[in-house]
Design a binder for this molecule. Structure first.
Ligand code: ATP
Length: 338
C-alpha cells in the first residue's frame, strides 16, 4: 500500500468580511495521528476543519495532503471524509443504505456498495442492525453508523466535528475509547474538533490549542499539560494556577508562571509565608473521590486551586472561609511565554 500522507496547513486563513476566523495558521499533522483541535467557542476550530474538508472556501494559504495541494479540490475528491456532530443520517434509509450512500452517488452498483456497507457496519459492530432505520437506534449506535458512512470512501483523513457532544457522559467516555481504537486499527489520521479538555487529553497524539483564530500550542497532551506555552493554554487546559511571575519570585523572561494544582501543598492558616508560599482564604472544597479540590482566594490574584489526595486532605482539612497557606517547590514553577 502507498505510504500514508501527512497533512499540512500552510498559512491557512479564513476571513468572513471583517472577521478573521482563522489567521495564517501553520500545522503539520503526521500520518496516522489522532489530532484534536481544542479551544473556546469562536476560536476557529470548526472553520479550520471545514477548510480541510473542502466545505469552506479558503481565503488564503494551503491545505496539503501528502504531496498534493488539495486546497481547491471539491470535498469528494480530497481523500478526506467528515463526520458531523448531528450524524446527519437520512431518516428514511436503513443503516446499510445510509452507509452505502456516497458509493451510490459515485455510481457504484447496488450489490458492490451493499457488500462494502456491510463490511463497514461489521467493523463498527453494527452488522446486526443493518436493516434498522436511524430512529430505531440509540445515540451511540447512530454514531457508529455515521462513522461507517464516513469511512466507506476509504479516506486518508477522517474529520470529526464535536462527535461526542450529543452523547450522555457515560456513553461519551465509551465512544471516546471506541474512536481511539478505531483510529489505531485503521491507521489513518483523525482530526477531531472539541471544546473539551478531557476529551482532547484522552484521545490525542497532538493537541492543537486555538485562540482567536491562531494556534497557541500544538504538542502532545503531556507536553501541553506539563509545559503550557502561554497563560492562555495553562488557563484553558485547566489544572494549573496562573500567577504573576513576581508573586512566585520566578526567574525568567515571562510575565506569568503556572503551577499545577496538584503540586500545591496546603496548610491551615494563618501561618508565616516565605518566598515559595502565599496566604489566602478557602473559597470552596469539592470532594472528587480520589482527590479533594480546594478553591482559594488570594487578594489581587485570579482564583487559585489545589488538588489534594483524599488522605492528605483528611489529615489537614480546611473549610470554606478558613485562612490557608499555599506552598510549592521552585521546580514546579513553569515560566509561561506571552
Ligand atoms: P464553536 O466551538 O462555538 O463551534 P469554533 O471554534 O468552531 O467555535 P468557528 O465556528 O470556526 O469557531 O468560528 C470562528 C469565527 O468565525 C467566529 O467568530 C464566528 O463567529 C465566525 N464565523 C463562523 N462562520 C461564519 C460565517 N459563516 N459568517 C461569518 N462569520 C462566521
Amino acid at each position: 500500500m502507498a505510504t500514508k500522507p501527512d497533512i499540512e496547513l500552510v498559512a491557512l486563513t479564513k476571513r468572513y468580511g471583517e472577521t478573521l476566523a482563522v489567521d495564517r495558521i501553520n500545522l503539520r499533522i503526521p500520518a496516522g495521528s489522532y489530532c484534536c483541535l481544542l479551544g473556546p467557542s469562536g476560536c476557529g476550530k470548526t472553520t479550520t476543519l471545514r477548510m480541510i474538508a473542502g466545505h469552506e472556501e479558503v481565503s488564503d494559504g494551503d491545505v496539503i495532503l501528502g504531496a498534493e495541494n488539495i486546497t481547491r479540490l471539491p470535498p469528494a475528491a480530497r481523500g478526506t471524509a467528515m463526520m458531523f456532530q448531528s450524524y446527519a443520517l437520512f431518516p428514511h434509509l436503513d443503516c446499510t443504505d445510509n452507509v452505502a450512500f456516497s458509493l451510490k452517488m459515485r455510481g457504484v452498483d447496488k450489490e458492490t456498495r451493499r457488500g462494502r456497507a456491510l463490511d463497514l457496519l461489521k467493523r463498527v459492530q453494527m452488522e446486526p442492525y443493518a436493516k434498522r432505520l436511524p430512529a430505531q437506534l440509540s445515540g451511540g449506535q447512530q454514531q457508529r453508523v455515521a462513522l461507517a458512512r464516513a469511512l466507506i470512501t476509504d479516506p486518508q483523513v477522517l474529520l470529526l466535528d464535536e462527535p461526542l457532544s450529543a452523547l450522555d457522559p457515560f456513553l461519551r467516555v465509551k465512544m471516546r475509547e471506541e474512536l481511539k481504537s478505531l483510529q489505531t486499527r485503521l491507521g489513518i489520521s483523525f482530526i477531531h474538533v472539541t471544546h473539551s479538555q478531557d476529551e482532547a487529553m484522552a484521545l490525542a497524539d497532538i493537541i492543537v490549542v486555538m485562540n482567536g483564530g491562531r494556534i497557541e500550542q500544538a504538542a502532545a497532551p503531556r507536553e501541553v499539560f506539563n509545559k503550557p506555552a502561554s497563560a492562555f493554554v495553562a488557563r484553558f487546559i485547566g489544572g494549573h494556577n496562573v500567577l504573576p511571575a513576581a508573586v512566585a519570585r520566578a526567574k525568567g523572561e515571562g510575565e506569568f508562571v503556572a503551577i499545577r494544582a496538584d503540586r500545591i501543598t496546603l496548610q491551615p492558616g494563618p501561618a508565616p509565608v516565605d518566598a515559595t508560599s502565599i496566604s489566602g482564604v478557602t473559597r470552596s472544597v469539592e470532594y472528587l473521590g480520589a482527590t479533594v479540590q480546594v478553591g482559594i482566594d488570594v487578594a489581587g490574584l485570579e482564583p487559585l486551586s489545589a488538588v489534594v489526595p483524599e488522605a492528605r486532605f483528611d489529615a489537614n482539612p480546611v473549610a470554606p472561609g478558613q485562612p490557608v497557606v499555599l506552598s510549592w517547590t521552585p521546580k514546579d514553577v513553569h515560566v509561561l511565554g506571552r
